[in-house]
Design a protein around this ligand. Sequence first.
Ligand code: HEM
Length: 494
Amino acid sequence: PNEPPVVFHWLPVFGSAAGYGNDPLNFFFKCREKYGDVFTFVLLGRRITVALGTKGNNFVLGGKSIVFNAEDAYTHLTTPVFGKDVVYDVPNEVFMEQKKFVKVGLSTDNLRAYVGMIEEEVEEFLRADPAFSVFQSNDVNKWGQFDALTVLQAITILTASKTLQGKEVREGLDKSFAEIYNDLDGGFTPLNFMFPNLPLPSYRKRDIAHKKISDFYVNIIRQRRNGTTTDHEHDMIAALMQQNYRNGRPLKDHEIAHIMIALLMAGQHTSSATGSWALLHIAERPDIGEALYQEQVKYFSNPDGTLRSMTYEELRQLPVMDSIIRETLRMHPPIHSIMRYVRDDMPIPATLAAPGKDTTYVVPKGHYVLASPLVSQLDPQIWPDAEKWEPTRWSDPDGVAAQAYNTYEDAQGEKIDYGFGAVSKGTESPYQPFGAGKHRCIGEQFAYLQLGTIIATIIRNMEVKIDRVPDHNYHTMITLPKNPRHISYRRRKL
Ligand code: HEM
């Protein structure tokens, strides 16, 4: 059978590692010009077949999980970090059950309880304190500076702990948890993806940190079972402790612990990256920053001019906020490459590989397939002014953006009550920051709530500006803004 064209490279094993690793977007667009929507590149000995465009997204993300397999692609990276018996360390059917358990914890009831908690946590973080805070001054006439990513990373983990992760984790953050978390995080890099085990300090630290964090959660669970600690009705640990697998077995303590680690990792980088990109863009576009602030004033003003808290329902209906988050995720989806391992030869539909021609390619068993929503989200053929961050594109009812955005039925066959947030419809949409198909994200509503509340609270407190939004750093698992990324801020008059 006919294999897809292979991207030219000089070094047999190394392949296109540099081109892909340094700038996947540019690499994909260049290859697409030369080879079309389907091609294979070599990455340190692995053969990766890329399928671009909406049909490519559909081919990879709509594929059957027994043929295009996520566990085989990700387990080397994730299992040492998350731990055994969850996510990609178990057969897909089991993980799908675990995803359902997590969904129970992400109930609307819980999300509703989180808005105020997140707001409080952010207010606390922004409070001026010369000894502890990045935000030294309350002077409304003075401009200061902060690093967008550092601040968003701190706020993201604080707010996720306070809400989803639970009181004990939030308290741990002020103590030893933060440091252990950093060691664990150091084991979640592209190097770990390529080489599951190297004799490097970072790998050893990762393993030690995993054990410590896992024990930390198991301890929390035990204390809760013993009734030593109470008052956590809305968090994820509480939800997971009440679930049973289809065969009636409840989750074991270590399974709960490992799911909690997985959620911490899944949410932390994606949300903090998205939040910093959003804030950087807002800082570069004072018109949008002002529109966002005025939206807050319009909906949440008290008679005395102060602003009151938002409810979850209200947050879901803020057009300016909504379009800012969607547009940020269009240009900066945190995950640029979604991969699957090919367990069996798989023919590529001719409409994808060679439209109009009669060429049929086969992706052979042993390859990886790769979908990149980043490419379809920045495709100039699809999006007018694709390179421009322009939230207003989302309010044109006839625009591509509005069409890409739609309701969606998830892999478990449940209709999700979307209606806000960045939603992509099914596997063939050009807009898929949360993926599509069976492995689609279940953290979207939480992420939106977290981001919306964080951004609103920051904008209520300060004006922000920056000359230029930084470039992408593609050397991390999650696409981050490069240094320098200092935002200037000034407190608002109350
Ligand atoms: C899956 C993006 C936040 C939990 C995914 C996938 C993407 C994604 C692209 C699909 C991966 C694949 O198909 O291989 C994002 C973005 C986020 C975000 C852009 C924030 C802006 C979160 C949060 C949580 C979470 C906050 C947890 C609370 C998950 C889970 C999966 C997933 C459990 C399923 C993985 C699978 O089925 O294989 N996410 N995510 N995500 N995400 Fe998120």
